[in-house]
Design a protein around this ligand. Structure first.
Ligand SMILES: *Cc1c(COP(=O)(O)O)cnc(C)c1O
Length: 360
């Protein structure tokens, strides 16, 4: 039976990447060593590290005045490092609140300075992106933080806010590399790796270099972006195997036609799944505003929640795994990241149709 894994994260990885990692697990390219056993200062690993960064720069078109940092601590540590590094003596930062992950970033930022929430979507249960002309932005804000894809709520931006001179900061944990973006519009982009980049344990930060190096006195060395920028993310031992795996994913993306091609496939997959929901005569329902529906995380409920456990059991039996919705939302959630194939989405859609027919 073919298995399709719809986990929100850690999530499915490309089969070709896993097979390559397996083939070279114990002996990386004739070196006689596993990547896990290599000194991070040795020429083999240094090559892997530099290639991963170069491939990412090429894929995303990252301008030369941006640093690429391979860190640890997850997106959660960035919730702290961002205000610590980017407040730069200013009184406060702007934050948009569109759901669970925005909320967590806001809660942490309040420990470092003022937080001005420019808009939220609580009036409709976090189901839409507030229109830009309703945002109450502060022209003196140190930066504006937002979450372009709310992984739990399934709300995604299909536009980029224009914040002028205020640096734009984006938590792209769950939609990085899924669509073409103009990096030059951002001051800082960050992402935990375990959704669209590679295994857990690696956090990616892409930061404009003029924003680095202005931390308050007493900042721990490891929490200063400058430490990592000045040392090519090798101030201490980096998560070498996770970076190697991310590098394989970047090469897979390049071979698959790059991000523009991946974006087209992602649109196709999302359209298939939303069409199945919308054409079910109300058997399935997606609570998210149509224009703001995520291409990566598709939450949906069944008409009768009493059928949930049956749905999950039968899906499991068909090899359609990890469809249970987040505990805060309930229902189902299908995460269809880059590594989820069109065939996987087709298999899910087929099952959903049959299940609705037999329980409708
Ligand atoms: C998964 C996720 C996080 C949390 O990432 P960790 O690496 O577990 O800290 C934060 N923000 C978004 C948008 C996410 O999807």
């Amino acid at each position: 039976m073919t298995i399709y894994n719809f986990s929100a994260g850690p999530a499915v990885l490309p089969k070709a990447v896993l097979q390559q990692a397996q083939a070279e697990l114990a002996d990386w390219q004739g070196s006689g060593m596993s990547v896990m056993e290599m000194s991070h200062r040795g020429k083999e690993y240094m090559g892997i590290h530099a290639q991963a960064e170069a491939d990412l720069r090429e894929l995303m078109g990252i301008p030369a005045n941006y640093k690429v940092l391979f860190l640890q601590g997850g997106a959660h540590l960035q919730f702290s490092m961002i205000p610590l590094n980017l407040l730069r003596g200013k009184a406060s930062a702007d934050y948009l609140n569109t759901g669970e992950w925005s909320k967590k970033a806001i809660g942490e930022a309040k420990k470092f300075g003022g937080v001005n929430v420019v808009a939220d979507n609580k009036d409709k249960n976090c189901s839409y992106v507030p229109a830009f002309d309703t945002w109450k932005c502060d022209p003196n804000a140190a930066f504006l933080h937002y979450t372009p894809n709310e992984t739990i709520g399934g709300v995604e931006f299909n536009w980029v806010p224009e914040t002028g001179d205020v640096p734009l900061v984006a938590d792209m944990s769950s939609n990085i590399l899924s669509r073409v973006i103009d990096v030059s519009k951002f001051g800082l982009i960050y992402a935990g790796a375990q959704k669209n980049i590679g295994p857990a344990g690696l956090t990616l930060v892409i930061v404009r270099d003029d924003l680095i190096g202005q931390v308050p006195a007493g900042t721990p060395t490891m929490l200063d972006y400058k430490t990592h920028a000045d040392n090519d993310s090798m101030y201490n031992t980096p998560p070498t195997f996770a970076i190697y795996m991310a590098g394989l994913v970047f090469q897979w993306l390049k071979k698959s036609g790059g991000i523009a091609a991946m974006e087209q496939t992602n649109i196709l997959k999302a359209n298939l799944l939303y069409a199945a929901i919308d054409s079910s005569n109300g058997f399935y329902n997606c609570p998210v505003n149509h224009a703001d529906r995520s291409r990566m995380n598709v939450p949906f409920t069944l008409k009768d929640a009493a059928l949930d456990s049956d749905f999950l059991k039968q899906a499991d039996a068909r090899g359609l795994l990890q469809l249970k919705g987040h505990r805060s939302v309930g229902g189902m959630r299908a995460s269809i990241y880059n590594a989820m194939t069109v065939e996987g989405v087709q298999a899910l859609v087929e099952f959903m149709g049959e299940f609705a027919k037999s329980h409708g």
